[in-house]
Design a protein around this ligand. Structure first.
Ligand SMILES: *Cc1c(COP(=O)(O)O)cnc(C)c1O
Length: 427
């Protein structure tokens, strides 16, 4: 038989309309933390502009999620679009081994200035940034264990997964493969001497085998949307210094103003030895992350054995630079405070709903925790009928809207959340 085969081209390639997109999605596509096909079909989005998503069926939804902490300036932003277009005219990508370029260098210098950590490894996703941080700590210390707290989330690759909460991070699915690290209890919201003493004991008992402590500062994101007292970060900094262990701050969710300070560590006035950034780094446009460290760590590590193919991608670096420009220009502190006030006022009524265990707000993050796991499609149905996009998980219905959200749209989000909270069954 002849190769290539002769004949006409295959024209049954792409989907034709929204119905086709849904059907083909069902046939072929994995979604996050889902089976294929998933029992409830995802909604087809055709446009995103400002704080609004437009679905293929014409519905408009106010986005309360910032696409998982990322789109802090809103969608389809003219400045971010322009930065990408201009960079595209020069180059979309070149390898970073043996080559360098202005967008990546400029970004590294800015991140170093913002964090006080001068050495920057540009990674292609948050999980990879966490892997790199762990590698740095292992290479530097020659030790191979980590200490973290329960309720954390650090990503889905194996190293990152090994320091996620062992229960809701589903360690049982990978037992025998995941390294076993040291877990302290989840830090309480208020400062507790007893907890602090237990933490200090645990650390002292394992210090000889520990390379690093890794935590999300102040806000634990996907591990339970839990907030804890910044004094524990100061304690961890002191204990790390006392025992010669490194402190890794995973600021992938908390970075760039979300909690009311530029970084979560700023609530405690501490500087980690290694910091991970991601999510809002590119304003929600492209996948990019960074692992930053001190001079001492960088010198101690020497050759770092990591190098992603798309490391330092110029398009991602250019849009990250533009996003940082916007952040510098916008009064984000006031915006986050305004959102915090709006969330507190707007969610107050939800606290008394029978199914609700707690309402909590920090910066531009609002959380309703229910007694029982929420029926995700049912809750989503309620909030969508209020013209809002949210994605609950477990017992949590939460919002972290773009900083650019107006008061009316924010009220729409809190009204939708309150309605959903009232629709929850009693405990
Ligand atoms: C999202 C997240 C990660 C993982 O980032 P990805 O880009 O999804 O790999 C790691 N740590 C924290 C705190 C996160 O919120």
């Amino acid at each position: 038989m002849r190769w290539p085969l002769s004949g006409t081209p295959d024209r049954a390639a792409g989907p034709e309309g929204p119905g086709d997109v849904a059907a083909l999605d069902r046939e072929h596509v994995w979604h996050p933390y889902a089976a294929v096909p998933q029992p409830v079909a995802p909604h087809v989005v055709s446009r995103a502009e400002g704080v609004r998503l437009t679905l293929a069926d014409g519905r408009e939804l106010v986005d309360g999620m910032s696409s998982w902490w990322a789109a802090i300036h809103g969608y389809n932003h003219p400045e971010l679009n322009r930065a990408l277009r201009e960079q595209l005219e020069d180059m979309a990508h070149v390898m970073f081994g043996g080559l360098t370029h202005e967008p990546a260098v400029r970004l590294a210098r800015r991140l170093a200035a913002m964090t006080g950590l001068p050495k920057v490894f540009l990674a292609d996703s948050g999980s990879v940034a966490v892997e790199v941080a762990i590698k740095m700590a292992f290479q530097l210390t020659g030790r191979g264990r980590l200490l973290t707290v329960r309720g954390g989330y650090h990503g889905d690759t194996f190293g990152a997964m090994s320091v996620c909460d062992p229960v809701n991070g589903m360690h049982h699915l990978f037992s025998g493969v995941l390294p076993e690290h040291v877990f302290a209890d989840r830090p309480p919201r208020e400062y507790d001497e007893g907890y602090a003493a237990r933490l200090a004991d645990l650390l002292a008992g394992h210090a000889h085998e520990l390379a690093a402590i890794i935590v999300e500062p102040v806000v634990q994101g996907a591990g339970g949307m839990h907030f804890y007292h910044p004094a524990y970060l100061r304690l961890l900094r002191e204990l790390a210094d006392e025992h010669g262990v490194l402190l890794i701050a995973d600021e992938i969710a908390t970075g760039f103003g979300r909690t009311g300070e530029l970084f979560g560590c700023d609530h405690a006035g501490i500087r980690p030895d290694i910091m991970c950034l991601g999510k809002a780094l590119t304003g929600g446009y492209l996948s990019l992350a960074a692992t930053l460290c001190t001079e001492r760590v960088a010198r101690g590590v020497g050759v770092l054995m990591h190098g992603p193919t798309f490391m330092g991608n110029p398009l991602a670096a250019a849009v990250a630079n533009a996003s940082l420009d916007l952040l510098e220009e916008r009064p984000w502190r006031e915006e986050v405070r305004r959102i915090e006030t709006g969330l507190l006022a707007g969610l107050a009524g939800a606290a008394t709903a029978p199914g609700v265990r707690q309402v909590r707000v920090l910066g531009a993050i609002g959380v309703i925790e229910s007694h029982e796991p929420v029926d995700v499609p049912a809750v989503q149905d309620v909030v969508m009928r209020h013209g809002v996009w949210l994605r609950p998980f477990g017992r949590l219905l939460y919002a972290m809207p773009p900083y650019s959200i107006g008061d009316d749209d924010l009220e729409r989000v809190t009204t939708a959340m309150t309605a959903a909270a009232r629709s929850l069954g009693p405990a």
